[in-house]
Design a protein around this ligand. Structure first.
Ligand code: PEP
Ligand code: MG
Length: 543
């Protein structure tokens, strides 16, 4: 047996024979002569076939995140400028597969040069090229193999089209050599509930069929395990899933202290099963891939759909979080040298106030028409003055419960003042980590700085929670860290009042809280705060 190490990207254990992703098609030598009109027809036929295949996968995708990612790829495939550029290349004497490859190489270079979010989309472009070339050559679509038995999928990295179409009954787990903890692979694996390890060096050297086990929490991958070990790992996972499926009810510590367990959603489709409420309704999905903002009516309909599903329950709507890792074409934001530090989140309202006022108006109309308890919050607040101005706008629209996200260290340091004019805080630990450690959240190489167990991050969360206790106002956490069952104990012990996460993560957190008293959570939080490193914090909490 050999042990490899990667980064745990989707929790849970899984074991089985490994099978690798079908390789991309090899480009044949360029022909000496071509018939331009036949080659142009071949490009169009390939675009049609690939767009149809990706659309079918998007329609079958089990959640909105996966479907949106695939639809964005369909739009890329159907981009007229791509087809026109391929025509030009064909007129220059090349065939369809080479024309597609050359044109997408130009796009790829531009994405890489842009850096950040766009550079992470390079794997989407490569995937598109491979699909189009395979379609031109009459080869099967590259992608997930079908060995006829449940297996662990291994790959250099996975394109969204591959991950979104995965059947969790067949693909027991994923191990990739590249990718980061915030890559599509990781996010989609978590939403699908498939255990995953990313950035696992050496995994591509493991032969197909080898029995391997993975731990999606610790990132440990064991190759060449016995059949008994594999059966044991999968049986333990099944038992865990079954036990958790039976768990229900509100979040409570063992002695009954309430910690609300809420859902992070992008639309009503993400609401699976019974939840106490929604702690983060990301409204960006409505605005993605469009050249005009959604109309008032369109927004009212989308918000009503969510509110109608949760009568009498809390729904925290986040106003549009555009910019940086979520670029939205309709805003036509000027190119910024450093978008994560530029016009994003609430700052968009500085130059386009109507985006915020239209949205608040639509939320108010939808809230009045349904029975949900609607709260509104805004992202990327840096000062108490910004928080107060947002609360005033909400009141002007008849929205009485306004809060802000704590994602910028300046706001965390002045949490008491920020809370003065708003009703609640919600800590976005994904961005708070990024800005506290000056570490791009998309950068897999900086994963250890983005670890929520970093004592500096825990210290900032502690001061926000303390400000909430002093003001008698709720302070929740809605970043990915809220889904870690051990970290949830630290958060409860610090005085955090709600935890919001992907619905699938709720049972494990509920179980963890129910096994500890509030006093134990406080001891645990104290131990984590006193640690010098994330490893020491984890170890102290486990002790
Ligand atoms: C966060 O930053 O923690 C957060 C919840 O917001 P998003 O991940 O959407 O930026
Ligand atoms: Mg954020």
């Amino acid at each position: 047996m050999r042990e490899l190490r990667g980064i745990g990207a989707s929790p849970g254990g899984a074991a089985g024979p490994v099978h690798r992703l079908a390789p991309p098609p090899a480009l044949p030598p360029a022909p000496a002569t071509v018939d331009p009109s036949a080659e142009k027809t071949a490009v169009r036929a390939a675009v049609l076939a690939v767009a149809a295949d990706l659309t079918r996968r998007a329609d079958a995708a089990p959640d909105t995140t996966a479907a949106e990612v695939l639809r964005a790829q369909v739009m890329m495939a159907q981009d007229e400028t791509l087809i026109d550029a391929a025509d030009v290349a064909i007129d220059g004497g090349t065939d369809a597969p080479h024309a597609i490859t050359d044109v997408l190489a130009v796009h790829r270079a531009a994405f890489e040069a842009a850096g950040g979010y766009l550079a992470e989309r390079v794997s989407d472009l490569d995937d598109l090229r491979d699909r189009l070339v395979a379609a031109c050559l009459g080869l099967p679509m590259p992608g997930v193999p079908d060995p006829g038995r449940p297996f662990l999928l291994i790959a250099r990295d996975l394109a969204p089209a591959d991950t979104a179409g995965l059947d969790p009954a067949l693909v027991l787990g994923l191990v990739t050599a590249e990718g980061g903890p915030t890559s599509h692979t990781a996010i989609l694996a978590r939403t699908l509930g498939i255990p995953a390890v990313v950035r696992c060096a050496g995994i591509l050297d493991v032969a197909d069929g080898t029995l391997v086990s993975l731990d999606g929490s610790t990132g440990v991958v064991a190759t060449g395990v016995s059949a008994e070990t594999a059966t044991g790992v999968n049986a333990a996972r099944l038992a865990e899933i079954e036990r958790r499926a039976r768990s229900h009810g509100p979040g409570r510590t063992a002695d009954g202290h309430p910690v609300a367990l809420l859902a992070n959603i992008g639309s009503a489709r993400d609401l699976t099963g019974e939840v106490e409420g929604v702690g983060l309704f990301r409204t960006e999905l409505l605005y993605l891939d469009r050249s005009d903002p959604p109309s008032h009516e369109e927004q009212v309909a989308a918000y009503r759909e969510v509110f109608a599903a949760l009568p009498g329950r809390k729904v925290v709507v986040r106003t549009l979080d555009a910019g940086a890792d979520k670029p939205l074409p309709f805003l036509r934001l000027a190119g910024e040298p450093n978008p994560a530090l530029g016009i994003r989140g609430l700052r968009v309202a500085r130059q386009t106030p109507s985006v915020l006022t239209t949205q608040l108006g639509a939320i108010a109309v939808a809230a009045a028409a349904e029975d949900a308890e609607v709260w509104v919050m805004t992202p990327m607040v840096a000062t108490a003055a910004e928080a107060s101005a947002f609360a005033v706008s909400c009141r002007e629209h008849g929205l009485s419960t306004a809060g802000v996200m704590i994602e910028v260290p300046a706001a965390a340091l002045r949490a008491g003042q920020v809370l003065r004019d708003v009703g609640f805080l919600s800590i976005g630990t994904n961005d708070l980590s990024q800005y506290t450690f000056a570490a791009d959240r998309m950068c897999g190489d900086l994963a250890e700085l983005l670890d929520p167990w970093q004592p500096a991050l825990i210290g900032l969360i502690a001061s926000c929670a303390a400000a909430g206790v002093e003001a008698g106002k709720p302070v929740g956490v809605c970043g990915e860290s809220a889904a870690d069952p051990d970290f949830a104990l630290v958060l409860a012990g610090l005085g955090i009042t709600s935890l919001s996460m992907a619905p699938r993560s709720i049972p494990a957190v509920r179980e963890s809280l129910a096994a500890h008293t509030l006093d134990e959570c406080r001891q645990i939080a104290k131990a984590a705060l006193a640690a010098d490193t994330p490893e020491a914090a984890r170890a102290a909490v486990r002790r």
